[in-house]
Design a protein around this ligand. Structure first.
Ligand SMILES: *[C@@H]1O[C@H](CO)[C@@H](O)[C@H](O)[C@H]1NC(C)=O
Ligand SMILES: *[C@@H]1O[C@H](CO)[C@@H](O)[C@H](O)[C@H]1NC(C)=O
Ligand SMILES: *[C@@H]1O[C@H](CO)[C@@H](O)[C@H](O)[C@H]1NC(C)=O
Ligand SMILES: *[C@@H]1O[C@H](CO)[C@@H](O)[C@H](O)[C@H]1NC(C)=O
Ligand SMILES: *[C@@H]1O[C@H](CO)[C@@H](O)[C@H](O)[C@H]1NC(C)=O
Ligand SMILES: *[C@@H]1O[C@H](CO)[C@@H](O)[C@H](O)[C@H]1NC(C)=O
Ligand SMILES: *[C@@H]1O[C@H](CO)[C@@H](O)[C@H](O)[C@H]1NC(C)=O
Ligand SMILES: *[C@@H]1O[C@H](CO)[C@@H](O)[C@H](O)[C@H]1NC(C)=O
Ligand SMILES: *[C@@H]1O[C@H](CO)[C@@H](O)[C@H](O)[C@H]1NC(C)=O
Ligand SMILES: *[C@@H]1O[C@H](CO)[C@@H](O)[C@H](O)[C@H]1NC(C)=O
Ligand SMILES: *[C@@H]1O[C@H](CO)[C@@H](O)[C@H](O)[C@H]1NC(C)=O
Ligand SMILES: *[C@@H]1O[C@H](CO)[C@@H](O)[C@H](O)[C@H]1NC(C)=O
Length: 679
């Protein structure tokens, strides 16, 4: 009896401890979404954590709703365009599908790897891809390796792709394309010899210029799929994956090499930083590696070299496709290479690679340029292909992790001028999707990842994480050593095993102040109205007036000249020899208008690449300085009768104010006078 009671009490206490423990361990922002309490008593915490991760639906506005309630040192002022702004800027466009433009099929044209032959179901001609020895990244001349095809299988050498047509009169835009990986026996053998445990397949699928919000806005089918994904995959949606610079290199350089200087190399030979490269590290640990970047230019090679020693490269086809199909990585149309989009060929190659080397570990870095264009709408052509890829990738029976990410958000011209636009650039997409069986092997990883989805991340962390995963599933040993290998000046975190601190700052994360989404200005109160600040604000308004009165032959300004009424706030932030000011002010011309502007002042001329948006001006600020406006934000809602007219004439409604009376009178005259159609 006594014994029974004792056992009961102990059991009760144990359950209570578990209950309290689980409650306590819930990430704070998530408590309300908690699912039913699990009743299994074995390994309760892991099961429960996974349940939380699985039950989460990812969605667009999670960024605001998750981050804003938290007490983080770095909280971005904006997460990107509002729904309304985005709808206006990036309308829905339906692009024709490539399979409607080129009629082909896998039976009509294919490469047989068993006997290394090319097959076409008709006579005609084929253009062969480059030989493996010539496979490299960068811009170069693709010469057609053109051959007649007489209906018999054609013996290949080391080509991986070919184009073909049944129409002998064609010289370009061949309807058939085949791309098939050639297994590399040496790479496989090396990987087998150094493999340390169960193989893992790690894929980084990087969609250039894809912000987190753009992903949710433009890829609804993929989002829908992810929200219904199989029970054995967990998805983590990182809201503070932050850039450290403007372009792609500030993303892939830290990923590949850790914290090394980012310099443009004039000599693009070879593999410039092989010794510190992630592929070397992974090669020593049972991996085969692959890299692809879909452009025929020197963006990648001028930073890393033309021939990184990865086992497979998807490089030359883009120059071939430029010649064959007029392919361009900045095109504002769908990017068909035969019956598939450029990105679909890359996704298929990842699956081919995954299967070919399934007995060893694999690392892929695939950089897709579909969103790399000005309209912000071509990205929607990825949606169906991505969904299909995700389905196929996760139905593979293997340990796998997929990083689906942007390197940065859109960064072309006008987008930077507004606060929301400049912030959307700073917060690219990052989803980590992992098989549960991977997470189960890394203690507490689901819980830690989940918390980190709402913490400030650094691009340098990627290198630490990849090195750790190279030792999969042993992520504990060499932990400190790997950290310091990535960077001597910064502390990096492995998001699977380390909680990223709430008080991480841009500085801690290696994010330069210029790019930081959460600059902490210190208010200047006493001399806000001093002459020097009056001058600064007036200079800002002068820039607006100039921009608003730039004369084009075909358009006449409708913006009135602006004059300062009152400076409401001045905040300052110092960074080496640069000063940043945030100014809020009103103008005389419109009582409700309130502007917030971030300005940068420098003693030296401001670097060109960072000043492409608002131009650089000189200012007498005690001494002569250079200044430029970084972005403008309107604090009032500036919907007005003028807004549409301003936009129509291609002025920026954020800082162009028109005389509303003009339009009120005119529109009254047109409606009353009933002269529609005569305008
Ligand atoms: C937020 O964190 C800071 C620094 O840790 C602390 O001083 C402050 O009290 C916290 N605020 C709230 C509301 O918890
Ligand atoms: C654009 O497409 C999205 C997703 O398909 C849809 O939710 C939205 O309503 C569409 N917007 C317009 C203006 O058609
Ligand atoms: C070859 O394949 C294409 C695409 O599947 C098909 O349209 C065509 O009829 C085939 N031609 C021959 C000669 O079989
Ligand atoms: C590929 O070639 C092998 C060897 O010649 C042959 O057995 C196989 O049927 C071929 N596969 C296809 C799809 O043509
Ligand atoms: C993988 O390993 C299995 C068993 O060890 C073997 O049967 C299979 O042929 C291998 N596959 C490849 C692609 O190497
Ligand atoms: C789990 O993953 C396998 C592939 O690893 C897939 O085929 C299967 O459908 C998934 N199971 C469930 C229940 O979703
Ligand atoms: C997992 O988390 C629990 C609770 O915080 C902790 O006691 C345990 O040591 C962690 N396990 C590992 C391997 O870090
Ligand atoms: C950040 O928080 C940690 C504890 O979580 C503390 O040790 C560290 O001093 C804090 N750093 C700053 C700059 O406040
Ligand atoms: C303000 O601007 C005026 C006119 O450009 C200039 O003469 C004056 O020196 C400036 N004041 C300061 C404090 O820089
Ligand atoms: C200018 O500022 C004053 C306060 O200093 C305010 O009373 C007035 O309404 C403002 N005028 C306009 C046109 O905004
Ligand atoms: C509108 O009509 C009135 C009276 O017909 C005229 O005086 C005025 O100039 C017109 N306004 C404009 C903007 O055309
Ligand atoms: C405008 O004029 C048309 C014919 O010119 C007439 O049918 C219509 O009723 C008129 N509308 C108004 C509001 O007067």
């Amino acid at each position: 009896m006594n014994k029974f009671l004792e056992t009961g009490t102990i059991l009760f206490l144990l359950l209570w401890i578990v209950f309290v423990y689980v409650l306590y361990m819930l990430p704070e922002d998530n408590a309300s979404e908690a699912k039913a309490f699990p009743n299994s008593d074995t390994d309760i915490s892991i099961e429960y954590e996974l349940e939380i991760a699985r039950g989460r639906q990812i969605s667009l506005l999670d960024d605001e709703s998750s981050i804003n309630p938290l007490n983080l040192t770095c909280k971005p002022e904006s997460f990107g365009y509002t729904l309304e702004e985005a709808l206006f800027l990036f309308p829905n466009v339906t692009y024709p599908r490539c399979e409607e433009q080129y009629i082909s099929s896998p039976e009509a044209f294919y490469i047989n790897r068993t006997d290394n032959t090319l097959h076409m179901n008709c006579t005609g001609k084929v253009a062969l891809g480059f030989l493996e020895a010539n496979e490299e990244f960068g811009k170069y001349w693709y010469y057609d390796r053109l051959k007649d095809y007489n209906g018999e299988p054609l013996a290949l050498e080391t080509e991986e792709y070919a184009f073909g047509t049944c129409d002998i009169s064609k010289w370009s835009n061949f309807e058939h394309v085949a791309y098939k990986l050639r297994p590399n026996k040496e790479s496989l053998q090396r990987a087998k010899n150094s493999l340390r445990g169960k193989p893992i397949n790690i894929v980084m699928l990087v969609i250039d210029s894809l912000s987190r919000r753009m992903f949710f806005r433009k890829l609804p089918k993929s989002v829908e799929y992810l929200n219904s994904i199989a029970k054995n995959v967990s998805i983590f949606d990182f809201k503070l994956h932050h850039v450290i610079g403007q372009n792609s290199q500030y993303s892939f350089m830290p990923t590949f090499y850790g914290d090394i200087p980012i310099v443009v190399s004039e000599y693009m030979q070879g593999d410039l930083y092989y010794d510190v490269s992630i592929w070397k590290y992974l090669h020593e640990r049972g991996f085969v590696t692959m890299m692809g970047m879909d452009n025929c230019d020197n963006n990648l090679p001028q930073f890393i070299g033309r021939k990184p020693k990865v086992d497979h490269k998807m490089g030359s086809i883009w120059c071939a496709a430029s010649a064959q199909y007029g392919y361009s990585e900045t095109s504002k149309r769908e990017r068909c290479i035969g019956n598939k989009n450029a990105h679909a060929w890359m996704m298929d190659y990842i699956l081919d690679f995954s299967e070919t080397y399934k007995n060893v570990s694999r690392y892929t870095y695939m950089h897709i340029d579909t969103a790399h264009e000005e309209t912000g709408t071509v990205v929607s052509t990825i949606d169906l292909d991505l969904k299909k890829f995700l389905e196929e990738f996760f139905s593979r029976d293997e340990d796998s992790i997929l990083f689906l990410m942007g390197d940065h958000g859109m960064r072309y011209g006008e987008w930077f001028k507004s606060k929301d636009g400049s912030h959307e650039h700073k917060l690219p997409l990052l989803l980590i999707m992992a098989k549960d069986r991977v997470l189960e092997k890394i203690p507490n990883s689901s819980k830690i990842l989940l918390q980190n989805t709402n913490r400030l991340l650094s691009k340098f962390d990627f290198h630490t994480i990849l090195q750790h995963l190279g030792n999969y599933p042993d992520l504990e040993s060499h932990r400190e050593e790997i950290r310091t290998k990535t960077s001597k000046r910064l502390t990096t975190y492995n998001w699977f095993t380390d909680y990223v601190p709430d008080n991480r700052t841009c500085e801690d994360a290696g994010i330069p102040i210029f790019w930081c989404g959460c600059k902490s200005f210190i208010e200047i109160t006493e001399d806000k109205n001093s002459e020097i600040f009056q001058n600064l604000t007036k200079s800002v308004i002068e820039v607006f007036n100039t921009e608003n009165h730039i004369y084009y032959r075909w358009k006449k300004t409708i913006c009135v000249k602006l004059h300062l009424n009152e400076t409401k706030y001045i905040g300052k932030l110092e960074d080496e020899d640069l000063d940043y000011y945030k100014i809020k002010f009103t103008i005389k011309e419109k009582e409700s208008a309130m502007f917030e502007v971030i300005v940068r002042l420098s003693r030296d001329p401001i670097e060109k690449h960072e000043s492409e948006y608002f131009s650089v001006h000189k200012i007498d600020f005690g001494e002569m300085k250079f200044f430029n406006i970084m972005n403008v934000n309107r604090l009032d809602s500036y919907d007005s009768i003028c807004k549409e007219k301003i936009i129509k004439r291609k002025f920026d409604p954020t800082y162009c104010i028109c005389d509303e009376n003009d339009f009120k009178r005119k529109s009254l005259n047109t409606t009353n006078g009933n002269n529609s159609g005569k305008q």
